[in-house]
Design a protein around this ligand. Structure first.
Ligand code: SF4
Length: 754
């Protein structure tokens, strides 16, 4: 389980030299983000200054983490690379496949029965290739990483968007698709466009009901879900030092919700305290030796406008608690103003559930603050009006919270303690008060609140808040409750008010755990057999994708013109489909079923141009595939935002979609499409989106000249024979064009290994 101190010492040993060199080459003081990026260059010492938002750069990450849903496909791909062990320390975490229903013990038992073949596969493949394995129930990937593996100044990638959580411990930690993780596992560099930098200066100090969560809820309101795209958000200033390490983790975690590449904080005393409390004094000692390299230069933070591409300032003292939602995490409303807004928009005011925990908010500080509210409800004879569910982030935090009586407090209030796993946060929730499609409201301390995310119901209005605010709202049962000003009627008919939450940054008696759920891999795994049954519904060994021939890009049919938001959840839904994450052909049956067809505003209902009939997207696409006709998907802005799952690229690819043409892409999804050997294109003129009609055919007239920095020309042939010729942009560099020409990045790796 142990973190790799030798690896960390090596990173620190070269950091000073590389950072000094980078400062010299760029001729300026450096942000923390730049220090970490420049000290993790694949080629070693920096020899040129990179242009932010322009240059593609090869990096050498220190670690990889994978969760069970994405690890299946990543490891199936890694098995194809012909390697004996992974090239960098890697861990697999079983957290996404456990459905929340009755409570931790029965839910875990059921998951171990229903998903045992997946867990067995992951355990065996981890054992074979030198990968650390965290069993189901051990915890949620990002909490486990924060408690065990994250370290200041490090760089990691993970096959989950919320890998960014590790920025709370001063890392540059980035969510990637499985295909990127496979590259690094196979000993290849990891490529990233050198990010832009957004500085967030924090002043003042949190107080009263305001929590770290409110910092990111506020930032999301300012930057929106697109505002962080292509950028690292670096937090600094006196306010940053006043935040706990886990609070910083929460802020970085939800950086994914503003589309940021990642977020990070400079090393400080709070991080040191967290490292020592989690048995990593050795790392703290090493970090202390190079402290000045693990934070931005003073001059940068003194004149941030000069060194960041954008600067935001937030006064923590004046910050108010927020609830963000529904349906998007950037719709920020200060608590107290939500009632009016809800009434205007006809959002149900009655709150049915309050959910606390997830990778975002299950620290000791979070649980103690929320428990302090729950305890008041008991003391003040307030019967909660909503149901309560708790998802601890790790067995270590659960065990410690149980020891310290925190879980008792929630249970005394009638809460269900779910498994240390994602559960309702990823649609793995069998709600006891199932609502069908009925309009209803829930509040949670998770990160995402897209339609259907928690329970599959498009009419569940989910609002995101801090754990303590979720506790207060759930007790009141009303969305318009403002605990800072409002009173509640208790069982004796008295009006009572909730006092401000109180919490502890770290457990006074230290963290404790009996069995953390970790399995170390064999030293030599060559004799280990990887378990995949031939007739499995859930796992399927992969076949390489064939390159798309230029000739196949003439006469391309429109599969769907997606209208509005099209996240990776819309392209490859989670919930019940999670069970097929390791079986490409089976999971392909959910391809784009959540996307709204621009021509009829319906989901999963598109025209088959050959028959004129309408059908489900995967069915129509399979008919095109059977005819050997390639197709194109057209989309709106920020297409593919959300999770990092490469399934959203592999499935269309498997079914025969050749190109995705949109107004703009979410970064990870764009890269995933490239990795799978597809065309990821953007309209040169956004208004051309309106030219696309339902029966259109596309000819990629100059695809044979596909080259970096050169737009492609696409001829659109409409049903009446009329034509439009448009320019489409792309961001492929030379290496990525090779992926396309070989059929996929993995095909190229295999070729190079051979
Ligand atoms: Fe799990 Fe939710 Fe965290 Fe994703 S965001 S890792 S689904 S708890």
């Amino acid at each position: 389980m142990a973190f790799d101190i030798d690896m960390i010492k090596k990173v620190y040993a070269q950091m000073a030299e590389r950072v000094d060199k980078a400062r010299e080459i760029t001729g300026k003081p450096l942000t923390l983000s730049e220090k970490i990026l420049y000290s993790h260059l694949w080629d070693g010492n920096p020899d040129k200054a990179f242009q932010r938002g322009k240059d593609y750069v090869d990096f050498a990450p220190d670690r990889i983490a994978c969760q069970d849903a994405t690890a299946q496909m990543a490891l199936l791909q890694f098995m194809q690379a012909g390697k004996k062990t992974v090239a960098v320390p890697t861990t697999v975490h079983c957290d996404h496949l456990i459905q929340a229903k009755q409570g931790a013990a029965p839910d875990l038992k059921r998951a171990n029965e229903t998903s045992n073949e997946v867990f067995d596969f992951l355990e065996s493949v981890s054992n074979k290739y030198g990968i650390g394995f965290w069993r189901p129930g051990a915890g949620i990937i990002h909490q486990v990483v924060l408690e065990n593996y994250a370290f200041p100044g490090g760089m990691m990638i993970g096959t989950d968007s919320h890998t960014v959580n590790a920025g709370g411990l001063g890392m540059v930690a980035i969510g990637v698709g499985g295909a990127d993780a496979v590259d690094v596992m196979a000993g290849m560099p990891w490529e990233l466009k050198f990010p832009k930098l957004i500085g967030v200066k924090l002043t003042g100090e949190l107080n009263g009901w305001t929590a770290s969560k409110d910092v990111i809820l506020k930032v999301a309101g300012i930057l929106t879900v697109k505002g962080g795209t292509g950028a690292i958000v670096e937090y600094f200033g006196p306010g940053a030092k006043n935040l706990s390490c886990t609070g910083k983790g929460t802020i970085c975690n939800m950086g994914a919700e503003i589309g940021a590449t990642t977020s990070t904080f400079g090393y400080d005393d709070a991080m040191e305290r967290f490292l020592r409390a989690t048995d990593r004094a050795e790392i703290a000692d090493e970090a202390n030796k190079i402290r000045e390299y693990l934070t931005g230069d003073d001059e940068v933070y003194a004149n941030p406008e000069k060194y960041f591409d954008q600067v935001i300032e937030i006064d923590l003292t004046a910050l108010r608690p927020h609830l963000n939602g529904p349906f998007t995490p950037d719709l920020a409303t200060p608590v107290g103003q939500l009632g009016e807004k809800a009434k205007k928009n006809e959002w149900p005011l009655k709150v049915d559930w309050g959910l606390i925990g997830s990778c975002t908010n299950s620290s000791y500080e979070d649980l103690t603050r929320a428990a302090s509210i729950a305890q008041q409800a008991i003391d003040k004879k307030l019967k909660p009006k909503s149901d309560f569910g708790i998802n601890p982030g790790s067995e270590q935090i659960r065990f410690t919270a149980e020891r310290d009586g925190l879980l008792d407090v929630f249970e005394n209030l009638g809460a269900t303690i779910f498994t240390n796993a994602c559960g309702p946060c990823i649609g793995q929730w069998d709600r006891s008060d199932r609502k069908g499609d009925e309009k209803n409201t829930i509040v949670h301390s998770f990160n995402r609140n897209f339609s259907k995310r928690a329970d599959g119901n498009p009419n569940t209005h989910a609002f995101v808040g801090s754990p303590e605010m979720v506790a207060a709202i759930a007790i009141s049962g009303r969305l318009d409750f403002d605990p800072m000003n409002d009173t509640l009627l208790n069982e004796d008919g008295q009006e009572v008010k909730l006092d401000e939450p109180r919490g502890l940054e770290l457990p006074p008696k230290g963290f404790e755990v009996e069995d953390n759920g970790y399995l170390a891999p064999k030293e030599d795994g060559s004799s280990v057999e990887v378990k995949v049954a031939k007739d499995s519904e859930r796992l399927q060994l992969l076949e390489p994708f064939l390159p798309i021939k230029d000739s196949e890009l003439q006469g391309v049919k429109l599969l769907i013109k997606a209208f509005g938001k099209c996240t990776t959840d819309h392209i490859s839904m989670a919930g019940p489909w999670l069970r097929y994450r390791g079986h490409l052909d089976n999971i392909a049956n959910n391809t784009l079923i959540g996307a709204v067809n621009a021509f009829n505003k319906q989901t999963n209902f598109v025209k088959n141009q050959f028959t004129g009939e309408y059908g489900g997207v995967p069915d129509v696409q399979r008919e095109y595939k059977a005819k050997g006709v390639k197709t194109i998907v057209v989309g709106d802005h920020n297409y593919g935002e959300g999770s990092s799952r490469e399934h959203a690229a592999m499935q269309p690819r498997h079914l025969g979609v050749a190109a995705v043409l949109v107004k703009s892409f979410a970064r990870i999804h764009e890269t995933n499409l490239k990795k799978q050997g597809m065309l990821a294109l953007t309209f040169a003129n956004e208004a051309d989106y309106d030219l696309i009609q339902e029966d259109d055919t596309f000819n990629f007239v100059d695809i044979s000249e596909f080259a970096p920095n050169k737009p492609l020309t696409v001829e659109i042939v409409h049903k009446d024979g009329s034509k439009d010729t448009i320019k489409v942009n792309h961001t492929y560099n030379d290496a990525q064009i090779k992926w396309y020409r070989e059929g996929s990045a993995l095909n190229l790796i295999k070729k190079q290994n051979a």
